[in-house]
Write a protein that binds this ligand. Sequence first.
Ligand code: TNX
Length: 500
Amino acid sequence: MLTLNRVIPMLAAVTPGEGLFALTAAARITVTPETPELLAIGGRLAELLRPATGFALPLTAGSPQVPGDIHLAITDADPALGSEGYALTIAADGITLTAHRPAGLFYGAQTVRQLLPAAIEQQSVQPGPWEIPAGTIRDAPRFAWRGAMLDVARHFFSVLDVQRYIDLLAAYKLNRLHLHLADDQGWRIEIKSWPNLAHHGGSSQVGGGRGGYYTQAEYAALVRYALDRHIVIVPEIDMPGHTNAALAAYPELNGDGIAPPRYTGTEVGFSSLCTEKELTYRFLDDVLRELAALTPGPYLHIGGDEAAATPEPAYIRFIERVQAIVAQHDKQMIGWEEVAKATLRPEAVVQFWTPRPEGYALACAAAQDGAQVILSPATKTYLDMQYDPTTPLGQHWAGYVETQAAYNWDPTTFIPGLPAANILGVESPLWTETAETFDDLAFLAFPRLAGHAEIGWSPAEGRWWEDYRVRLAAHGPRWDALGVNFYRSPQAPWTADPKK
Ligand code: TNX
């Protein structure tokens, strides 16, 4: 079925045209101006389209467009497209993609990919034809923050697994990957000044497996890989609670100076850094300095959730000291909603997760301090919630979250009294107490994450479930082609036809 109404996230504006564009063996991908960044974006589009088409799709710079080409250009003509928007003209004689900034071209290329039949995702040559109906598209995101969080602490995931997840996020125009790098069960990032964090703290995980950690070189490569796909990695070291792995590695961080055993269960709220020792703040200064040096993005996430083992006055003093350390390293602090118990600096970002009166109050208190709020309501965005009582993975402390429930909500009306101006965007956390393999991650994330991507990108007007579920179903063959182990929710009319 030839239609422009097949893209997730839903396009902001579409005007159908006459006829169609057919990608043929003669097509080239051209870019102007000739910069390494644009050549990289054009090159990535060519790499996506070559395996299934079998076409050469040579990349050329600066050359005038020949009929049949896909042309990518940065222009000043339409600054209203902003830093991530793009315009796309699809006509019988070619495709023209323009944007104000490179990120827009990257997202426009994802749209071209999705407008082609699902068979474009296959890794072997398919028959085609490779047609897109003519029309014009103008598309830009609603929210600046369109994120996913991956918990690599409860279970460790390899660099390759994280890269694969990044590729899927990029296909849905997400732009932040928050990595939950430390928790009770494991510490996952090499810190050179405190090496036992990774060596000992990294050697456990839920259920007692080997765990693991990223060397700084591996982590830097992940940051680069994500940036090449216009995704900023946001590192989180959770504190003062969720710290058993660090406390096991360095006994002096404990109030009593005695290291606890490593922890492989799934309870929360029992551990705390000693907030009264100066050593704790020297330790955090070292950790955050090394992390800041690995982080080109502006944010450091310090967790701050579920600190049940830290008395509240001590917790508040702790958060206020840590936010000063983050600022000394020229970063903006992000914390889970509990950090709003402290007086926050105006550049702070608060991540809402508890859809209960306390959570709403903390989000509103944060906004009153001038903070921006990321919405991660557990009842909608927690990818570790079971879809229904029969789901073999996940938990249900926030309820069951089926595909429609995950999709049917709006960030600006979700928290009563939170001004829209304080909403930075949406993020979908994937906690991994029950997820051990990439297939487990994929099953919990898809299809719900696609709906969250649409909530973060698409205009609220015109977005509705009955239309979405049909578009969603057409992504099933794409995920099949990519080997993504998605959940075939009974709520969407899945099809197996890769021509769709
Ligand atoms: C709550 S959400 C947590 C995590 C758990 C998750 C499981 C949040 C800030 N804390 O420690 O992994 O629930 O759903």
